[in-house]
Write a protein that binds this ligand. Structure first.
Ligand code: COA
Length: 157
């Protein structure tokens, strides 16, 4: 199954699917409206925005998404940039799509000169498997969260 990962800005017809995934998985529990989530995705389809959304496509059908954003947690504003809102359609899981989305964000961040990335999660194993390190743990909504980071490859020469 060939999977392509691309900037969401090249696939505006996928904004709605990405909005629905983020809204139903996280946004509504944070008290956000669907419109607010969609406005965020739309703003990340502007090429000049430092924050960008990516979409994974199977035969032009959106099957996953991820974000590169400036900050994802108000208690850790000293860190940037962040990988966030990684999501893969349940019918397409365990096929390496999340790994591909994460690699795309890392490569893009590296290409624009970033030397590391941060994220926070309740499920650190997925990212540990991909080489991310836990740098801190904290409690949120009665469950443990893991602040993680990964170094991006250093250019030689
Ligand atoms: C987490 C999620 C993005 C993984 O997507 P995926 O495309 O199935 O992941 P991949 O196939 O690329 O898996 C990469 C690695 O992550 C780990 N992994 C993925 N899903 C896992 C799971 N449910 N349990 C344990 N490890 C898992 C595995 O090590 C896997 O490698 P392997 O298949 O070679 O063993 C997907 O399950 C999802 O969208 N979940 C709901 C949203 C979510 O929890 N997002 C992460 C928030 S921080």
């Amino acid at each position: 199954m060939p999977i392509k990962v691309d900037f969401l800005r090249n696939h505006p017809d996928c904004i709605e699917a990405c909005t629905n995934w983020e809204y139903t998985t996280w946004g509504k529990d944070y008290g956000w409206t669907r419109e607010r989530v969609m406005a965020g995705y739309k703003s990340m389809t502007r090429k000049e925005n430092t924050e960008q959304a990516f979409v994974a496509l199977s035969k032009n059908k959106p099957v996953g998404t991820v974000l590169l954003i400036e900050n994802d947690h108000e208690n850790y504003k000293q860190y940037r940039p962040w990988l966030a809102a990684l999501y893969v359609d349940p019918d397409y899981r365990r096929k390496g799509i999340a790994r591909k989305l994460v690699t795309t964000v890392k490569d893009f961040a590296h290409s624009r000169g970033e030397d590391q990335l941060f994220l926070y999660t309740a499920s650190p194993n997925i990212y540990s498997e991909m080489g991310w390190q836990i740098i801190e743990t904290f409690e949120e909504d009665n469950s443990q969260r893991f602040l993680m980071n990964t170094k991006l490859a250093v250019h030689c020469g």
